[in-house]
Structures are given as C-alpha cells and as structure tokens.
Write a protein that binds this ligand. Structure first.
Ligand code: SF4
Length: 628
C-alpha cells in the first residue's frame, strides 16, 4: 500500500458528500472512469451508474479513476495495483469491473487502467479468478468492435435498464461462462464479443459475425429507457389540452439522472447536473448523439424540480443537461421554478434554432456561463448537406439577440472537412464570423465595451450509425491545409480568437470510432507507448487509412453492424443520398405511432414484437430486485 496514494484519495473523499461506503454487501462493482477524478466527476453517466448500482440491494459500487499525475508517479514507483476511491481496495478484488466510456479518446486510458490494476488487458487472457469486465457508455455501444477484445461484455444501450439485468445475470449464474452466455442470449442490451467469430473478406472488410452458440443472436439490439415520455407525444398532449393523456405521461415513475455525489473540487462539481431530456429530434446527419438516443424522451418537470429542491441547500448552481434544452415541452415551468428557487442556470449545449427569449434571460441572469452555439459551417449549402436547417441570416440574428443582452462573448463551434466541402464554402465562414463580429460591436456600443468571437474548429469525423457513416474522413494532409486556411482567414478579423483541434486528433478519433476488431491491437500498443499512435500503427501493422479514409459502399458489412441501433438501413441510406444532394429532412416527431427511421417499431415498448421486449419500467425492476 502507498500512504501517499491513500492520503490523496482520502483528501478527495473529505471534500465530497453522497458517496457510499459499505463493506458488507454481496456483489462488489468497481465503476471505472477512464480519466481523472476532476474530469470524471463532471460526467453524468458516471453519477447515474453509481446511483443505480448502489440502489440495488446487496450491491456495493465504488469509483475508480485514472490516477492524476502525482498519483500515477506514486503508482509506478511503488508498483501498488490500482485502487478504488472509496475504500482503497484493489480493483482485482472486485467481482465486476465496469467501465463507463463516453469518448473514444479515452480507450487508451481504459487499457492503461486495466494494466495498472494488474488485470490482463485481453479478455482471452483472463480466467475465472479475474473480475468480470464490462464496458458501457455512449462510445462503447456506438461501435463496440475496437474495444471488443478487451472486454467480457459490452452494454448496448442505456444504464437505467441494463444495470438491473446485469446484476440479475450475475446473481443467477455461477460461473463466468454461464453469466456471459445468459447475457449474450438476451438479444438486446448485452454484447459478448467472445461468443462471436468475426469472418473477414479477402480485402480485409468484415464479411459477417457468426454466433458460436445456439441461442446467441446475429445482432444485438439497443436497450433504451422506454418509461420516459416521448417528447413529441407529451408536447402534443399539452398543446391540445389532452389532460388525461398528459397527466398519465407525467405521472410515470421515471428515473431522473442527476449528480449523485457532491464533489466541489471536480470540474462542474459545485453544481447540480440534471439530465432533463435525452436524444434530439433534429436529425443533424453528423450527430451520433442525436441518432443513437432516438427517440427523444424527457424527464417530467416535477422530477427535475424535486431534485433541484433537494439540492438547493448545497448549491445555487444548476446545469441542465440535454442535447436540446428548449425542446422540453415543460421548459417554461422548469426555468420559472428554478429561477424562483434562485438557481443560477447553465445548459450543456444550446441549439441555435431553439434559443428562446426566456432561456436567454435565464442564462444572462445567471451570468454563469459563456454562450456557445454551433453554426457548424459558414455555408448555407453545407448546412443542408448536414441537415442543420438554419441560414446564416438566422444565425447572425440569434447571435445578435445574445449580444443585445450584454453577453458580448460567444463561442462558435465549426467543422472543417465536411462531405462535398469546397474552399468557397470555407470562405463563407469568414463572411459569417465577420457579420457576427459586426453585430457584437454594434451591441457593444450600448454597453461601452467589446466582446470576443471565439470560433472553435473541429475536423469532421464520420460516426457510426449516422447517415454520414459511409463517408471517408478528409485526408489528414488536406484537412490540415483546410484548418490552416480557415485559421489564417479568421485570425485576420479583429475581436476574433480562433481555437482548433488538429487534423491528427480528428484522424485518431476516426480510427477509434470506425475501426473493426483488429484496431484493438493499435489501442493496446498506443496505451503502452504513452499515446504514440504512429508508433503503435507501425508496430502492429494496422493501416489506419483502411478504416478511416475510404468511402464505403452500401453493400459493405460495417463493423458496427453487430449492434442493431434500431435505425433502418433504408432510412440511413436515404438520408445519406439526400445529404449528397443538399436536401434537408424533417425532424423526428417523437410521437407514438411514427415509424420513419425504424427505431420506434423495433425498440419501443408498445409496438415491439414480444420476443424483443427487454424493457421494463424502473419500478417493476426495483420490485423484482427487492423480491430477490
Ligand atoms: S420512428 Fe419516428 S418517432 Fe421514432 S425515433 Fe424514428 S423518427 Fe423519431
């Protein structure tokens, strides 16, 4: 044991409130976040899983983080295996090691943590004496293949459902083999990579996945929290005065994901974070979060406000987490009540088309965050390609509304390297930013000061299960040229401060998000070489360009097809074809009877074929677990 590490962990705990320490319960789960404590504690997925696991009788869940710099030096110097935060127990001593992975870029940290814990990184090298290793979180179920060889199980979908099913399977089965087979046979929510042979074509593309056992499905369905009302259904019911239906939807017992541990020393640790809705209706064709959380669902205002009341004595800051804050049918009530409680409100992201006056007023009053919006590009044509249905004129007006309220600094998220992009499209970014800057200076006269426009440039990375999944990323050299070109052009404009992500990082992300199972070798090697992916690619012979830089045909079996997200091939293909013709599509209506994209008929409780129903309301699950 290292006194310094234990001391460092105890200091962190001393600043926190709400964590669980119990050495008495039966099943012990080490919940691992593949980044440091300061970053991990800002992740709502981690809080959610911590709360869910600890709510199950006879389960105790502790947190594990990537050690910070000083802790890492100590771990490496002493050779002490990685420990949990709460009780400083060795990770190897837990029954389950559960990683919550939101970003592909954390894959290297995941491999590093397994090594630090003295757990073999490759699933095939672990035996009955090792903990069951499970990986979940948005990145892992978007395309599980690059991490498939590291893990025993991948959670495909949302934790509110899967936490309980996982514990059931572990409790009901004796050996690891039996647990894996029982999870693998469910058909939805759990992917057990070792139960499949991957068959490759001669050209290196995937031919198919072959289940090794009878009863293991060809594809694994995504599980989602179906008890929350669909956003569109609730909005219509409220708008049309269908009181009975609205009351029924709002009375459902939903789980409200929110901060579980008060951790003021972590990023955003001084505020209550609450997820108010999940999924976004707009269907921006590049956005994995939109499509992979379809259909948009909401947490009723009453549950959000209950949480806010509960936490008010601890903090006056609240962060509303959602991809589309203003789409919440009860947003007016939420904002009004939170302001009445004297909360300072911030939001995780602002969609340009839905910024309302009341939200802007709440944000201005709070003075708690810099406003960030996402025009994505300066070209109206390119915005049709990505189905972001806004014009430059509208964007300038919306930014103007922000400036008029005295918030004179704005961050603009932009992408470079979008499909069909030309230098003329890039030139339009200069015009747009210049116009926004002019509006800022005009408004600034009223307040006697000037603000700043901060364009933040990212290379476009095609993501699995989106209509742009078949496209290649813009070549690294060309992407670098375009980023440089835009940076140079924008930095000539006064009051503009450009930030950018390198072309290299975009390509790394593309490899980790679109690779197949062979890419795991590069991840393992890069983790061992301190993050040096180039060296890792040389040593493993993995050709990154094969995975990232070729357009894929509609006939190709995509590596992530093992997961059935519910989105139909026809829907995605049509959206892709429309993208290439710069044609826009209507948003997802998020109503009960819609069948447009395929998600609802295949995943929605009401209409799902009986064999596919894996989803149960939380209260039923809790009752079942309590009865165990
Ligand atoms: S089927 Fe319709 S309501 Fe359901 S996610 Fe798809 S577009 Fe939205």
């Amino acid at each position: 044991m290292s006194k310094r590490i234990i001391e460092s962990y105890k200091q962190k705990l001393a600043a926190e409130d709400g964590y669980v320490i119990s050495r008495e319960r039966g099943l012990r789960i080490a919940l691992c976040y593949p980044n440091t404590h300061a970053i991990g504690m800002a992740n709502l997925g981690l809080h959610t899983m911590y709360e869910l696991f600890n709510s199950i009788p006879d389960v105790v869940c502790e947190r594990v983080f990537l050690p910070d710099k000083a802790e890492l030096i100590e771990y490496e110097k002493t050779g002490v295996p990685l420990m949990s935060l709460e009780t400083q127990s060795r990770i190897r001593s837990f029954d389950v090691v559960a990683f919550s992975i939101s970003f592909e870029t954390d894959y290297l940290n995941m491999a590093k943590m397994l090594r630090l814990a003295d757990i073999p990184v490759w699933a095939a090298e672990r035996d009955e004496g090792h903990p069951l290793v499970i990986m979940g979180g948005a990145a892992s179920f978007l395309n599980p293949e690059p991490i498939a060889d590291f893990t025993d199980v991948i959670a495909v979908g949302e934790g509110e459902i899967l936490a309980f099913q996982l514990v059931d399977a572990i409790v009901e089965n004796d050996s690891k083999e039996e647990i894996l087979l029982s999870l693998g046979k469910i058909g939805r929510g759990f992917y057990v990579p070792s139960l499949y042979d991957v068959i490759y074509n001669d050209n290196g593309t995937v031919f198919d996945y072959l289940p090794k056992q009878i009863g293991v499905p060809k594809r694994v369905g995504r599980a989602l929290a179906a008890v929350n009302p669909k956003e569109g259904t609730l909005r219509r019911a409220l708008k049309r005065g269908e009181t009975e239906l609205a009351e029924f939807l709002l009375s459902q017992e939903t789980f409200c994901p929110s901060t579980a541990i008060w951790s003021p020393e972590a990023e955003m640790g001084d505020r209550l974070l609450v997820e108010i809705s999940r999924g976004c209706s707009q269907g921006c064709r590049f956005c994995w979060a939109g499509y992979n959380y379809y259909p948009p669902r909401v947490v009723p205002a009453k549950d959000i406000l209950d949480k806010a009341r509960e936490w008010r004595s601890k903090t006056n800051k609240i962060g509303l987490v959602s991809t589309a804050v203003c789409d919440h049918p009860e947003i007016s009530t939420i904002l009004r009540e939170l302001r009445a409680m004297d909360y300072r409100i911030s939001v995780s992201s602002l969609r340009l088309d839905q910024i309302s006056d009341e939200l802007l007023d709440a944000l201005v009053d709070s003075r708690d965050q810099q406003i960030a919006v996402a025009p994505e590009t300066g070209s109206d044509r390119l915005r049709s390609v990505i189905n972001k249905n806004l014009t430059n004129d509208e964007i300038v007006d919306i930014c103007g509304a922000v400036f008029e309220r005295g918030m004179l600094t704005i961050k603009l998220y932009m992408m470079v390297g979008l499909p069909t992009e030309t230098d003329e499209d890039l030139d339009e970014m200069f015009v747009l930013v210049e116009r926004i800057k002019d509006r800022m200076l005009e408004a600034g006269k009223k307040f006697g000061r000037a603000g700043k426009i901060i364009p933040s440039l990212n290379g476009f990375v095609p993501k699995p299960n989106t209509p742009l999944q078949w496209d290649a990323i813009c070549g690294e050299k060309e992407l670098k040229r375009r980023i440089k070109y835009v940076c140079k052009g924008l930095s000539r404009i006064p009051n503009v401060e450009v930030r950018y992500m390198s072309a290299r990082i975009a390509h790394e992300q593309a490899l980790y998000s679109s690779g197949d199972r062979t890419v795991s070798k590069a991840i393992d090697a890069a983790a061992r070489f301190g993050g040096d992916l180039n060296r890792a690619l040389r040593e493993t012979g993995i050709d990154a360009a094969f995975h990232t830089s070729r357009d894929r045909s509609y006939d190709e079996f995509l590596p992530w097809s093992i997961v059935d997200s519910g989105l139909s091939f026809e829907f995605l293909k049509t959206e892709h074809e429309k993208a290439l013709e710069s044609l826009s599509s209507l948003p997802c209506p998020a109503v009960e009877k819609c069948t447009t994209c395929g998600v609802c008929p295949s995943t929605w409780l009401a209409d799902a074929p009986e064999s596919l129903i894996q989803i149960q309301p939380l209260k039923i699950r809790q009752a079942l677990v309590a009865a165990l």
